[in-house]
Design a protein around this ligand. Structure first.
Ligand SMILES: *[C@@H]1O[C@H](CO)[C@@H](O)[C@H](O)[C@H]1NC(C)=O
Ligand SMILES: *[C@@H]1O[C@H](CO)[C@@H](O)[C@H](O)[C@H]1NC(C)=O
Ligand SMILES: *[C@@H]1O[C@H](CO)[C@@H](O)[C@H](O)[C@H]1NC(C)=O
Ligand SMILES: *[C@@H]1O[C@H](CO)[C@@H](O)[C@H](O)[C@H]1NC(C)=O
Length: 356
């Protein structure tokens, strides 16, 4: 009886709010506490059992982060709880609050399902359309679909099926249990981590179940040129990145889908890598690629790129034509002619000898 009274008291006074949240292994959850963030206070997060602190600091004014766990202040002043790359071992009871002011209790369930918890990489050229899809469990067919972008110190909603935004549009395919996110004419600033999933509304709280994490890489093409070499000969391709002298530079073959990127790995020194040698000149911001022994297979389009930032690359497209070496052909031609002449001559001499 006593317990019951205490329990009702808590419910009425509202001093402890408890709720359940469900996420997917590999995915994330983003929970709005609907309680106020406190600047320069100890905003904390602890896990049962036994109670252990995950976050308990006031290092930053508007956010606290510890590994995959983040607490931050959203633009309305609420404390947001963000847990990413969920693991089944994360399931359990959490207490989140501001010391001396308020706390809430959250029970986290972590499901495993092939639909959800995927992470993908999307590469798109600057100016072109980015398009990726997010799957969800069919339990969420009728819920709001939502997309966020992870910022340095907060994660903000970009668009949703209920709150349409210009930049990113969502089209929901309820039969396939997925929605596609499209953004026309992306700019280098659009690179980053996008989180998509569904928004769940409950009686007194709401949260987002993030089912897909899309890493959007923007490739910025800054120029293109053509070079011609001769089969059996040598050639140096120069890729100039004067703005990014010391950034990592690479070359890869576009016609092979750029599956193998070659980075010199060392600065200001020739490095052999398969059929080519690479030199990263960090004083001039130039990558030199030396083809020692050209052959017809080397012909194609190459991407000469530089990692500008984690989600942005800049590149020049180089088309390499490899021609048959005509001077070599002429030498062979002359040799064959000479050989025929000599043979005929020998044959004739033989015949004359026999006639005698
Ligand atoms: C959070 O990031 C925004 C821009 O990304 C910046 O203006 C703001 O000062 C940052 N806040 C903190 C507390 O670092
Ligand atoms: C979950 O954590 C365990 C142990 O910490 C680890 O072995 C496993 O790979 C993790 N699973 C995922 C999906 O990250
Ligand atoms: C791109 O978006 C359209 C809808 O605008 C969708 O039908 C298509 O499947 C998407 N493509 C990819 C690769 O996601
Ligand atoms: C350059 O960026 C790509 C992704 O865009 C990444 O896979 C690669 O590891 C980066 N390379 C270096 C040397 O930082």
């Amino acid at each position: 009886m006593k317990i019951f009274i205490i329990f009702t008291f808590y419910l009425i006074s509202g001093s402890v709010r408890c709720f359940d949240v469900t996420g997917y292994s590999g995915g994330s959850v983003l929970v709005n506490s609907w309680k106020l963030w406190c600047n320069y206070c100890f905003n904390y997060m602890a896990k049962h059992d036994p109670w252990t602190n995950i976050i308990n600091d006031m290092k930053h004014n508007q956010w606290s982060k510890e590994g995959r766990f983040t607490l931050y202040r959203d633009k309305y002043g609420n404390l947001m709880i963000f847990i990413k790359e969920l693991n089944t071992t994360d399931a359990g009871r959490y207490r989140i609050g501001v010391h001396g002011r308020w706390f809430i209790e959250m029970t986290l369930n972590v499901k495993q399902d092939s639909c959800c918890g995927v992470s993908k990489r999307v590469m798109v050229n600057s100016g072109e359309t980015a398009n990726f899809s997010c799957e969800y469990s069919q339990d969420y067919k009728n819920d709001e679909k939502i997309i966020y972008k992870e910022g340095r110190n907060s994660t903000e909603m970009i668009s949703s099926t209920w709150v349409k935004k210009e930049k990113f549009s969502i089209s929901d395919d309820r039969y396939k249990n997925l929605f596609s996110v499209t953004s026309a004419a992306v700019t280098p600033d659009d690179g980053g981590v996008y989180l998509c999933g569904v928004q769940v509304y409950r009686h007194s709280y709401s949260y987002s179940v993030i089912t897909t994490t899309a890493h959007l890489h923007i490739m910025n093409k800054v120029g293109s040129y053509r070079v011609t070499g001769y089969s059996g000969g040598q050639i140096i391709i120069k890729c100039e990145h004067p703005q990014y002298k010391t950034n990592p530079k690479y070359i890869c073959k576009e016609s092979d889908g750029c599956s193998e990127r070659k980075y010199p790995g060392v600065e200001n020194k020739w490095m052999e890598d398969g059929d080519v040698s690479l030199y990263d000149d960090t004083r001039g911001g130039v990558l030199m690629v030396f083809f020692r022994d050209l052959n017809a297979g080397d012909a194609g389009t190459y991407r000469c790129g530089v990692n500008v930032s984690q989600y942005m690359e800049s590149f020049t497209e180089v088309t390499l034509d490899v021609k048959e070496d005509f001077s070599m052909n002429i030498i062979i031609y002359v040799c064959v002619l000479l050989l025929i002449k000599t043979l005929t001559l020998m044959f004739n001499v033989g015949q004359i000898k026999r006639q005698r």
